[in-house]
Design a protein around this ligand. Structure first.
Ligand code: GLA
Length: 396
């Protein structure tokens, strides 16, 4: 999307949001005031889901300190459902979930965590399991009865359906269920949901499926981290408390990228105020993975209560600077080197909206060091495919 178009759309987004807000879940209902955080089965385990896996993930979220760092939703993605019974009720795989979904939700809740499931607006999910089309109210009631707190709702097998209508239908059904349920729209950004989804859901996928790679592209639309960063760049006007752009779940720790690349991935997701859904094997995390996923200073940037998505403020070949405004007039900056050689990346105060001569305090969010006071400009040498991420405080 071009900048001019983004600005034009910005003018209409307020009106669109106001029209959409009375429709259903996601209206300013107090849910997801900060971007949801948790763990989802898909990126690592694909269809290999079971109650054992979910219970282990819940245990690990607590024992690794991830719960304390803010990760709270455990979400079962595709493949938990196998059929509908004679009354049309959705049936969970009895082999993989022998104790049933209610008992599993209770287990997750007993750990102080929240429980999420996945469905699809069409007739079939992306893995050809039964979708919710025509069963929206029945499914929403069932989820509420189980104790579901989060629904990810996909967009496969939806030929002839209108996205806004289909998502609004489930949104209303969730609201009518009487249980607060975070509604995560997953139609990959195809119908520009940032224009109509505030008020329908709490987050909407802005891009196609993330791949565990730096800059690969799949013929069917899947893409690496760098391409997602570029697609998110112009969407900053549309995110805010209760309604977030979703650049897809985290691949940190899944093995396809270097530690620098995973650090870059996580830093950008936090600068974007993105939902942080870890997607790795929590029981087998390396110390590098832990250091990234558990960096509370960077998570605090994601969860900042102002709820603004960061944007690019400087672009010089492979060198970029990105800025996210924070509460109290502070800001987070990413100095990003997308090139293959180390390089010096700088930014002057005018690009950051700081008055000439103003002195600011700078704190490195990855080394956790105070770097001192700076005037007029900042410059860092950044390794290839890596970032320096800092918090800048005015008038220290
Ligand atoms: C789609 C979604 C993914 C995942 C799979 C499951 O591709 O975008 O995030 O949920 O379906 O089949």
């Amino acid at each position: 999307m071009q900048m001019r178009r983004a600005r034009r759309l910005l003018g209409t987004v307020g009106v669109v949001s106001m029209l959409a807000w009375p429709l259903g879940a996601g209206a300013d209902d107090g849910l997801a005031r900060t971007p949801p955080m948790g763990w989802n089965t898909w990126n690592k385990f694909v269809c290999n889901v079971s109650e054992t896996l979910i219970k282990q993930a819940a245990d690990s979220l607590v024992s690794t300190g991830m719960k304390d760092a803010g990760y709270e939703y455990i979400v079962i993605d595709d493949c938990w459902q196998v059929s509908r019974d004679a009354k049309g009720n959705i049936v969970a795989d009895p082999q993989r979930f022998p104790s049933g979904m209610k008992a599993l939700a209770d287990y997750v809740h007993s750990k102080g965590l929240k429980f999420g499931v996945y469905s699809d607006a069409g007739t079939l999910t992306c893995q050809s399991r039964p979708g919710s089309r025509g069963f929206e109210e029945q499914d929403a009631k069932q989820y509420a009865a189980w104790g579901v707190d989060y629904l990810k709702y996909d967009w496969c097998s939806t030929a002839g359906q209108d996205a806004r209508e289909a998502y609004t239908k489930m949104s209303r059904a969730l609201r009518a269920s009487g249980r607060p349920i975070v509604f995560s729209l997953c139609e990959w950004g195809v119908s520009e949901p940032w224009l109509w989804a505030p008020g329908v859901g709490h987050l909407w996928r802005a891009t196609h499926d993330i791949q565990d790679c730096w800059d690969c592209s799949r013929p069917w639309g899947g893409m690496g981290v760098v391409h997602i960063i570029d697609q998110m760049a112009d969407l900053y006007p549309y995110a805010g408390p209760g309604h977030w752009n979703d650049p897809d779940m985290l691949e940190v720790g899944n093995g396809g990228m270097t530690t620098s690349e995973y650090r870059t991935h996580f830093s950008f997701w936090c600068l974007f105020a993105a939902p942080l859904m870890a997607g790795n094997d929590l029981g087998a995390m390396s110390s590098e993975t832990r250091e990234i996923l558990l960096n509370k200073e960077v998570i605090a940037i994601d969860q900042d209560l102002l709820g603004m998505q960061g944007r690019k403020v400087r672009d010089r070949g492979p060198y970029e600077v990105w800025m996210k405004p924070l509460t109290s007039g502070a800001m987070a900056l990413i100095f990003f080197n997308r090139g293959s050689e180390a390089g010096a990346i700088d930014v002057a105060w005018d690009r950051l909206g700081l008055a000439p001569g103003m002195s600011v305090a700078v704190h490195d969010l990855w080394t956790h060091k105070d770097l001192g006071l700076f005037k007029d400009r900042l410059e860092f040498t950044v390794p290839p495919h890596d970032v320096v991420m800092v918090r800048v405080t005015r008038n220290p």
